[in-house]
Design a protein around this ligand. Sequence first.
Ligand code: ADP
Length: 183
Amino acid sequence: MRLIFLGPPGAGKGTQAQRVSQRLGIPHISTGDILRQAVADQTPLGQKAKSYMDRGDLVPDDLILGLVRERLQQDDAQSGWILDGFPRNLSQAQFLDTLLAEIHQTCDRAVNFTVPDDEIVQRLVARGRQDDKEETIRHRLMVYRQATAPLIEFYEQQSRLLCVDGSQEMDAVTEYLSQGLAA
Ligand code: ADP
């Protein structure tokens, strides 16, 4: 199974991705996690990405695309994967389509998690990560709406979209998602 998880920051994509990843035995690939690790390790990628992440802006595509290309070609990704936080704009989505065609893979579903803005801000302020200050959160939401939300339409047109109400309890979301993926 190859899945893309879409949704605003704080929608619970990461938590659900973790659960589905364990259940199906496929890797959870979070570009946010990969970037945060690169920042922590002070690699060249991390050094370039840090200021964008601190502001809540998207990291430039040229820093992300090669990383995704390499990750999807690793051994553990041959049986399936969950992409969490990628693609995040139209050009990343087009890149992914081209890459998948090239490596003879197709994505099965794009799952869109929805949560109202006020709930998102509450959740993220409570989470308290480095980039979870209220002002940065609002900026990330704006970036989401502008750059990422158009992908909902993109995957709907490909008839791959599954919508999930992310404002429910975590277990209810997992249940709904599992049923949706099995259908
Ligand atoms: P959240 O789910 O809270 O938005 P992520 O962990 O997915 O957090 O991403 C954190 C930050 O990492 C983003 O604000 C952005 O700066 C950067 N980032 C992650 N994935 C991408 C991507 N695909 N393209 C560009 N920037 C990204």
